[in-house]
Design a protein around this ligand. Structure first.
Ligand SMILES: [Zn+2]
Length: 175
């Protein structure tokens, strides 16, 4: 869903986020890196001349794969957005340092601001780089979550290689 400042009335514009909105569903899924299972929320858009400010709340669940055990898990996230966008080329890049309150400013192309992309960027920032079953917002879809200790192999009964070598010597001695 693309939107331009002239499509936003003075009092602002509300956009519902539901599973029925394909662009929203896909934006969340792409940001998290999985398949969106549920989505609820609302964006509120305001235009200040060419600048578009997106605020709102979003609550979603995404199915994805554990980075550690590769099993499916359900990851839930709710959050509040507050992002601002300016048209590309609206300022001279690099001509001055960005003030701290401008760090959250993104840019949108001539065709307008893609709200699916806004969601994608928001979730990409919210999701940890590695996500496993035991992450705070994660629930394994089946069975127990893997634990860091789970990747350590159980000690096996296999003999120490040094003893195996001795056994081999003994065998060859006997043979
Ligand atoms: Zn896991």
């Amino acid at each position: 869903m693309r939107i331009s400042p002239h499509q936003i009335p003075h009092e602002g514009r509300e956009v519902d986020l539901t599973m029925d909105e394909k662009w929203a569903r896909e934006g969340v899924g792409q940001g998290v890196g999985g398949k969106t299972l549920s989505l609820n929320g609302q964006l509120f858009l305001r235009a200040y001349e060419a600048q578009i400010r997106v605020t709102g709340t979003v609550d979603s669940e995404v199915e994805l794969v554990c980075d550690r055990c590769a099993k499916d898990l359900r990851w839930s996230q709710d959050g509040e957005l507050d992002l601002s966008y300016l048209p590309i080329g609206s300022r001279d890049d690099g001509s001055r340092a960005l003030a701290s309150d401008e760090l959250d400013i993104g840019f949108y192309p001539l065709e307008g601001l893609d709200l699916g992309r806004v969601l994608q960027e928001f979730f990409a920032l919210e999701v940890p780089g590695r996500l496993s079953c035991d992450a705070p917002n994660a629930v394994p879809l089946e069975g127990e979550s893997c634990s860091p200790l789970g990747t350590v192999q159980e000690p096996t009964k296999r003999a120490d290689p040094r003893f195996a070598a001795l056994a081999g010597l003994k065998l060859s001695g006997e043979g």
